[in-house]
Design a protein around this ligand. Structure first.
Ligand SMILES: *Cc1c(COP(=O)(O)O)cnc(C)c1O
Length: 375
């Protein structure tokens, strides 16, 4: 067996969160066991895709479900399905969408690094509103036209002042018979979000399997309306269409189904209690250091999901300490073991989401050492 040591790859203390670049989240033994068990036999992938989707839909009490190779892959499939609506000739023309209903409307304040997935499917993004003042519902209403395939909504952008609410977007889109695709990749916890957006009327909702669900990192879930999901199946692996490169092995599929089942049974209160205790300990310990401003709170910007998990915020005064938050983050990441944290405009931020019990001590010691080296 080859392990990380053999490759010279370092193991990271993850004080950042479920970022793909830090390998997402960790799977439990039960998930790995399900994957191992699945690896012993051949199966028909189309049958497995169909039945795993049905199993998940029943488990989550939604109309239909499809396992994808990630939320971003789901965004490609859902967009492609809304453009081609089950027409095989159109499906096999993708990503060329000339002459098709190929427009996806998106608020400017919802633009983000993942929305290129929709362009990959051949969509033309039509932007409305601006990022400063509130986008007006009429702006969406008048933009829907002959060529509109879907309206895209990034769940985390709803916290931005300029965003129209999801409820309003669904109302307007449905008045025109246009589906709403919700990217909720990192919207867990709370676990209730698995149903919330669907209950609100969203037609397709995408979650990452490799974030809070702690399934395989290269998995995702699509939940939603039966027709759209069945149309996604025509495009998805193992069929020969643009979904074919987004391969899903049987082990990943069984691992994800198991992870979702376990996720629903998790003691989410206990998890929150753990995060709160870790944050309190870090705040208490780091507050003893001279000239740092340490506090705790919840994130208020998008791209900091899950927003319900408390964080440690640290301010470094460069004039007093001679180093910036970026310097500190870099030193932590170059340390042994490397510690990943987040830096925003104002703070160095520690997210306890992916810190195992006790790992907060590495963060405390790492920062203490950097500050002690200065004074
Ligand atoms: C993480 C994330 C994705 C990508 O999810 P994968 O499962 O890694 O493909 C897409 N959109 C948003 C908003 C995300 O946070």
């Amino acid at each position: 067996m080859v392990d990380y040591n053999d490759l010279g790859v370092k193991r990271i203390i993850n004080g950042a969160g479920t970022y793909a670049k830090f390998s997402g989240s960790l799977m439990s033994h039960e998930v790995l066991k399900a994957m191992e068990t699945a690896s012993h036999n051949f199966v028909d992938i189309n049958e497995l895709m169909q039945k795993s989707g049905e199993y998940l839909a029943k488990l989550l009490n939604v109309e239909a479900a499809l396992i994808t190779s990630g939320a971003a892959a789901g965004l490609i499939l859902a967009t492609a399905a809304c453009i081609t609506r089950g027409n095989l000739k159109l499906i096999h023309s993708l990503p060329n969408t000339e002459g098709m209903k190929n427009e996806v409307i998106i608020m400017r304040c919802h633009r983000n690094p993942y929305d290129s997935a929709m362009v990959t499917a051949g969509a033309k993004l039509i932007e409305i509103g601006n990022v400063i003042e509130k986008t007006q519902p009429w702006e969406l209403d008048v933009e829907v036209g002959e060529k509109t395939a879907a309206v895209a909504f990034f769940a985390q952008s709803e916290m931005v002042e300029a965003s129209i609410s999801l409820a309003e977007v669904i109302d307007i889109a449905h008045k025109h018979d246009i589906p709403v695709i919700v990217d909720a990749a990192a919207e867990l916890p709370p676990a209730d979000n698995l149903q919330k957006f669907i209950r609100m009327g969203a037609d397709v909702v995408l979650f990452s399997g490799g974030k809070d669900i702690c399934g395989p990192q290269s998995s995702g879930i699509m939940l939603g309306e039966k027709n759209i999901i069945n149309n996604c199946r025509l495009i998805n692996y193992p069929n020969h269409a643009i979904g074919r490169p987004m391969k899903l092995d049987k082990e990943t599929i069984m691992g994800l189904v198991t992870a979702v089942e376990l996720y629903l049974k998790k003691n989410h209160q206990a998890r929150m209690k753990k995060w709160k205790e870790q944050v309190e300990k870090m705040v208490k310990e780091l507050s003893t250091l001279p000239r740092l401003k340490v506090s705790q709170g919840l994130p208020t910007q998008p791209f900091t999901q899950p927003a319900i998990i408390p964080r440690v915020f640290i301010e470094f005064d460069k004039n007093i300490l001679g180093i910036t938050k970026e310097d500190v983050a870099q030193r932590l990441y170059k340390g042994d073991p490397p510690i990943a944290v987040i830096v925003d405009k104002k703070y160095l931020i520690i997210n306890p989401h992916m810190l195992n019990e006790g790992e907060e001590d590495f963060v405390i010691e790492g920062i203490k050492k950097i500050i002690k080296d200065i004074f």
